[in-house]
Design a protein around this ligand. Structure first.
Ligand SMILES: Nc1nc2c(ncn2[C@@H]2O[C@H](COP(=O)(O)OP(=O)(O)OP(=O)(O)O)[C@@H](O)[C@H]2O)c(=O)[nH]1
Ligand SMILES: [Mg+2]
Length: 297
């Protein structure tokens, strides 16, 4: 569970200050605030329409009723989210692929996930399929040690798909429960590197039918709307099953979870709340909605 007050700091206030009644001005301000809170244009416009309709029926009069309407609209956006654990296989190792642009927090997330699975008593192997950046392998190896996970590396500059292939083979041989494949940061605009990622994905699926069981796209929560662009592009090359919003502790742009759900239909599964091993939490829409309504600034 997120620390008390976490979301109310991590999202901007959307209900206009000194709100008294619904009229053209206050609706416009509401829409502006939702867009500023990173809800995205589509959700912001749709929510304003809902408020307008409710107002016509006499149901939106004051700040409290406006809060209730927003709460209902948000609950609908996130219906069914938050309860689902990451997919797992019962017939052999579960494989999770972790992808994203440079520096968003992929390797840190892999370390935190390894720790989380270890705490559940699972045998974990992390695969350093970032053969590209100098120091990346050692960075991941340190996380693996801290989490108590096994580790597979490739040749520097080698084929990342081969690392994933070897990792799955090693996982089968060693009776591993969960394999976490860390990949190199890549710009979503770099066609060659995106093709390479698609190949990693194909090789995993070829080696283990049904895998990857989750493809987690890590986004840096501080970039706001640009996360949408990244999610769209990555989805063209791999089947993104969920988003990890890292660095939620250092931003007030948490409203991006609304845009991701509304515009792309991809659920936020986990949030990164710091640089430590334990700073990873399941995304809880209820806490998010409560925090949003409590947000003051
Ligand atoms: N505050 C905060 N910092 C984070 C979080 N997650 C990652 N970081 C920091 O972000 C920086 C980059 O993290 P990495 O895990 O190396 O990112 P990456 O995506 O693997 O980077 P590349 O492999 O170079 O693409 C590091 O300084 C991390 O400590 C988080 O949830 N909160
Ligand atoms: Mg990395």
């Amino acid at each position: 569970m997120a620390k008390r007050g976490f979301w109310s700091r991590a999202i901007r206030r959307v209900i206009p200050n000194a709100f008294t009644r619904i009229d053209a001005d206050s609706l416009e301000e509401l829409e502006e605030r939702m867009i500023e809170a990173d809800f995205g244009v589509r959700a912001s416009m749709r929510f304003v329409e809902i408020v307008e309709t409710e107002a016509r029926k006499g149901r939106a009069k004051d700040e409290r009723s406006l809060g209730r309407i927003l709460e209902g609209a948000l609950r609908e956006v996130f219906a069914g989210d938050g309860s689902e654990a990451l997919a797992g296989a019962s017939d052999g190792p579960t494989i999770h692929l972790v992808v994203g642009v440079n520096g968003v927090g992929k390797t840190t997330t892999v370390g935190k996930l390894a720790h989380r699975f270890r705490r559940e008593g699972k045998r974990v192997l992390v695969a350093a399929a970032d053969t590209y950046r100098a120091g990346a392998v050692e960075q991941l190896e340190r996380w693996a040690e801290r989490a108590g996970a096994e580790f597979v590396r490739g040749q520097p500059g080698g084929d990342p798909a081969a690392v994933a292939f070897d990792a799955i083979g090693a996982a089968r041989a060693r009776g591993i429960d969960v394999v976490l494949v860390d990949t190199a940061g890549r710009l979503h605009t770099h066609g060659g590197l995106m093709e390479q990622l698609a190949k990693v994905n194909r090789v995993i699926a070829g080696q283990r039918p049904g895998a990857p069981h989750e493809t987690l796209l890590v986004l840096d929560a501080t970039v706001g709307q640009n996360g949408l662009v990244q999610a769209r592009e990555f989805s063209r090359f791999v089947d993104v099953t969920g988003i990890v919003l890292a660095k939620m502790d250092s931003t007030a742009r948490g409203g991006i979870v609304v845009a991701l759900r509304e515009e792309l239909g991809i659920p936020v599964r986990l949030i990164g709340t710091g640089e430590g091993l334990r700073d990873l939490e399941a995304f809880d829409p209820e806490e998010f909605v409560a925090g949003l309504l409590a947000a003051r600034a």
